[in-house]
Design a protein around this ligand. Structure first.
Ligand SMILES: [Zn+2]
Length: 265
């Protein structure tokens, strides 16, 4: 696509969110693509962004995309689970709102799938549960690259649900999409569990956790009135351990190639 740099990969480096603090688990990890963190619009940390999203309305191929290269309208994923279009749209809107409420990033739905910053659909080639592809723009004058487009795709062969019921084999749409939006705006997996951006699906928390909020606020600025967390407020240990190199299970994945990608459950 027009010489656009395309990059999404799993990163298992040992670095944490902020260089120079390797021993501190902050509860979030920034995506590191082409050796830089990435965000929408301005590369400057803490600067706000407005991002559009749309649902795929036809089969869409994105040349060179590592994930979601082939997408279909999202009903291919949710309709078999007896979820209606209206229900799906509500869950997606709620997922975007979760991030809007904590950081200076605004999302608006548009009808034009080709023009949308974030495109949501079903996978043309089913794999895993859900994936995000993050494509970067060519570097600006300052050498920094910002996000050009993100794709979020759901596996149409998996069952989906609305709400938690304790069955961890069927993923809740709002939770899953909120997690993928996190990737789509510049966040990686910080850990196995404990945050919404953690890579294991569980139903212990519904919304964004302290680390998720800190990560989004670092990228886009914190929303006035949003919950704030002191630096020491992030738990570590069983529910917040740093990501382990080669850790098992990337059920959401933002990439799935390489020997470190675990098989899907
Ligand atoms: Zn993920």
């Amino acid at each position: 696509m027009r010489g656009v740099s395309l990059a999404v990969m799993l990163l298992f480096g040992s670095g944490f969110a902020l260089a120079g603090e390797p021993e501190t688990f902050l509860g979030f990890r920034l995506l590191d693509l082409e050796n830089q963190s990435v965000k929408w619009q301005s590369p400057r940390m803490g600067e706000s962004a407005t991002v559009s999203y749309a649902f795929a309305t036809q089969a869409t191929a994105t040349l060179g995309a590592r994930n979601c290269a082939s997408m279909l309208p999202p009903d291919k994923a949710y309709a078999p689970s007896h979820i209606s279009r209206g229900q799906f749209a509500r869950e997606v809107a709620a997922a975007f709102r979760m991030w809007e409420q904590v950081a200076n990033i605004t999302f608006r739905e548009i009808g034009n799938a080709d023009a949308a910053d974030i495109l949501i659909g079903a996978q043309g080639k089913p794999v895993g549960r859900a994936f995000t592809n993050v494509e970067l723009k060519p570097a600006g004058a300052d050498g920094r690259k910002v996000i050009a487009r993100s794709l979020i795709c759901l596996n149409p062969r998996q069952r989906w649900k609305i709400g938690f019921d304790g069955d961890l084999d069927v993923y809740d749409l709002r939770y899953t999409i909120a997690h993928e939006i996190g990737h789509a705006i510049g966040l990686d997996h910080p850990s196995a569990a404990g945050q919404l951006m953690s890579y294991r699906y569980d139903e212990r928390q519904r919304g964004l956790q302290a680390g998720d909020i800190k990560g989004a606020a670092l990228l886009y600025g914190s929303k006035p009135g949003a919950p704030r967390f002191a630096g020491s407020g992030i738990t570590t240990g069983a529910t917040g351990a740093p990501a382990v190199k080669g850790a098992t299970g990337w059920p959401f994945g933002i990439g799935e190639s390489g020997e470190k990608a675990a098989p899907d459950r």
